[in-house]
Design a protein around this ligand. Structure first.
Ligand SMILES: [Zn+2]
Length: 67
């Protein structure tokens, strides 16, 4: 757990670490895409969400709060 899953080198105390699904990587060993949240329906990518990780429905759809 103290070595990079990409290059298998031990981490130094001042390395920047990225954690993906409980695996550890050097930040320099992976490529980060700042794409925000991408939604998948089953295995089909729907695309990047436009509101990060979502909002309450009532904020988006008029009338859901009822009377
Ligand atoms: Zn590495």
């Amino acid at each position: 757990m103290d070595e990079c899953n990409a290059c298998n080198e031990k981490f130094e105390w001042d390395d920047r670490l990225i954690i993906v699904e409980d695996k550890y990587y050097h930040k320099d060993c992976v490529t980060l895409y700042a794409t925000g949240y991408v939604a998948f329906l089953d295995d089909d990518p729907l695309g990047e969400t436009e509101n990060d990780d979502g909002q309450d429905a009532y904020e988006i759809i008029d009338g859901l709060l009822g009377d």
